[in-house]
Design a protein around this ligand. Structure first.
Ligand code: G16
Length: 542
């Protein structure tokens, strides 16, 4: 029996960089989930009888929300819902299933790399039929609807058993619990040379993959250990936990320090990697060689043709604006177009759908290709393994050779996390107001050539996105970028991106922070960071 339940709108369901992200306690408010889900359904058109994919990264509250979504989907007229076993779907696997089954769309439950558990974060996002995050015009419409919504539809039914592969029925809707690991493995096998990667492992190549007690554990175990034959124990923290074992499932140098330290040992594994809460990010570290996400994107673009799925070459590549320009040099050499988009994976979707780009990536540890419409952590790790298997060189050798050919983009991101939101907004405003005065200014050895607020014109759908980050561009190709994070759940996070290009091989061995020392100091002075945020130093440096 479908029932219409009266509700009052919440006013805070604004989309961030990647859907709605809040503390678990916010989502636990009465009808908070229901009003948001109904707002999504209300702005979608034409889904009667269609398929909806539902799953999440297994964090606390995942199972409860899945039960709510399934009953609401039945009451709103979907014909079929596909759910990952245990309620688990990595974000890229969800994207793949939406595409493969020609589903109308999907609801992904995740707060990505943010901490989980009752005191942690939760998130809901809608992915469209192309498998990618909803475009801005859709998320804006959902937000507008959430402000006035006054009722939602649901159906009285027993909870679904999420843990067994089975088919059941709620109202007139079919519910299927599916094994997404098997599908994902097949897709990876179609892109990469599993025989060669298997031979690499058999030759004694040692790897550790930290799944961070998050969703990629089951995928990693099956693909790396069972299928490719990596030693048992290659996958660390491979059991998804509702609170990620109390850690931040964020594969950066702070939260994945264990794997970093392991890789830095002279007797460490040949290759270390990690992924995040929902499996879309990746961290790559060779023995004694950290690879920045921006460099990883450039290296993958330069070597992708070594994997069967990309043997025909790349149509084009894309990066988010704050990502370093290392991949630009590769695109130039390959003679393929390079697109620079605002931060957020949704901007790559149009370019991939139109066949303009094959590979894309971001400084925030996301890399992916047109095999799905999300960034994909394990995909990036497998492409690296394919390249290592073919080139028969260490990560360090491959990175050094790359720099020798293309030059090195020294790059760092400084995060000032959970600062006062008003102070952060005032900092951005002051700097934005100051941009016209900065052009042409000489600051010590650094000469500012240009300063602007990044705006993007989407070449496919013609939409414009303004105010996407403040850029200070120097004559020698160095760059400072400032923007506020769209994924935090408390206060504001100021991100400062620093980049300096060095063609000269004799400089390539420099340590990043010392290569960027003058830019680091300038980044603080120029934006008066201490004055506006009361912080003398960033909380996270990556
Ligand atoms: C999300 C988006 C990414 C984006 C990141 C930026 O990542 O999907 O495309 O780079 O946010 O985060 P921020 O706005 O905090 O800089 P995820 O992995 O959190 O979904």
């Amino acid at each position: 029996m479908v029932s219409l339940v009266s509700t009052t709108p919440y006013q805070d369901q604004a989309p961030g960089t990647s859907g709605l992200r809040k503390r678990v306690s916010v989502f636990q408010q009465r009808h908070y989930v229901e009003t948001f889900i109904q707002s999504i359904f209300d702005v979608l058109d034409g889904f009667a009888g269609e398929t909806l994919v539902v799953g999440g990264d297994g964090r606390y509250f995942n199972r409860e929300v899945i039960q709510i979504v399934v009953k609401m989907a039945a009451a709103n007229g979907f014909g079929r819902v596909l759910i990952g076993r245990g309620g688990l779907l990595s974000t890229p696997a969800a994207s793949q299933i939406i595409r493969k089954t020609k589903a109308f769309g999907g609801i992904i439950l995740s707060a990505s790399h943010n901490p989980g558990g009752p005191e942690g974060d939760f998130g809901i996002k809608y992915n469209a039929g192309n498998g990618g995050p909803a475009p801005e015009k859709l998320t804006d419409a959902i937000f507008a609807r959430s402000k006035i919504i006054n009722q939602f539809r649901t159906i009285a039914a027993d909870d679904i058993d999420l843990d067994h592969l089975a088919v059941s029925q709620i109202g007139g809707m079919r519910v299927e619990i599916i094994d997404s690991v098997a599908d994902y493995q097949k897709l990876m096998q179609s892109l990469f040379d599993f025989d060669r990667i298997g031979a690499l492992f058999r030759s004694g190549f040692a790897m550790k993959f930290d799944a961070m007690s998050a969703v990629t554990g089951p995928y990693g175990k099956v693909i790396l250990e069972d299928v490719l034959g990596a030693k048992a124990g290659t996958v660390l923290n491979g059991v998804p936990l509702a609170d990620f074992g109390g850690h931040h499932p964020d594969p950066n140098l702070v939260h994945a320090k264990f794997i970093y330290d392991l890789a830095m040992r002279a007797d460490g594994p040949d290759f270390c990697a990690a992924s995040d809460g929902d499996g879309d990010r990746n961290l790559i570290i060779g023995r004694k060689q950290f690879v920045t996400p921006s460099d990883s994107l450039a290296l993958l673009a330069a070597n992708a043709h070594l994997a069967p799925g990309y043997a025909k070459g790349l149509a084009g590549v894309a990066r988010s604006m704050p990502t370093s320009a290392a991949v630009d040099r590769v695109a130039h050499k390959l003679g393929i177009p390079l697109y620079e988009t605002p931060t957020g994976w949704k901007f790559f979707g149009n370019l991939m759908d139109a066949g303009l780009v094959t590979l894309c990536g971001e400084e925030s540890a996301g890399t992916g290709s047109n095999h799905v419409r999300e960034k994909d952590g394990l995909w990036a790790i497998l492409l690296w393994l394919n390249i290592l298997a073919v080139r028969q060189q260490s990560v360090a050798e491959i990175v050094r050779e790359h720099w020798a050919v293309y030059g090195r983009n020294f790059y760092a991101r400084h995060d000032y996390e959970e600062v006062n939101a008003d102070g952060a907004a005032a900092l951005i405003k002051a700097l934005r107001d100051d941009l016209p005065n900065l052009k042409g200014k000489k600051l010590g050895a650094l000469h500012i050539q240009d300063a602007d607020d990044f705006a993007y014109h989407d070449p496919v759908d013609g939409s414009n996105s303004e105010r996407q980050g403040l850029r200070i561009l120097f004559e020698d190709g160095s760059r400072l970028v400032y923007r506020l994070s769209g994924t935090g759940t408390s206060g504001a996070t100021l991100r400062v991106y620093l980049e300096r290009f060095a063609q000269d091989v004799s400089q390539h061995g420099l340590e990043t922070q010392s290569a960027l020392a003058d830019l680091i100091q300038l980044s603080r002075d120029l934006a008066r960071i201490e004055y506006f945020t009361q912080r003398q130093a960033p909380s996270v440096i990556t």
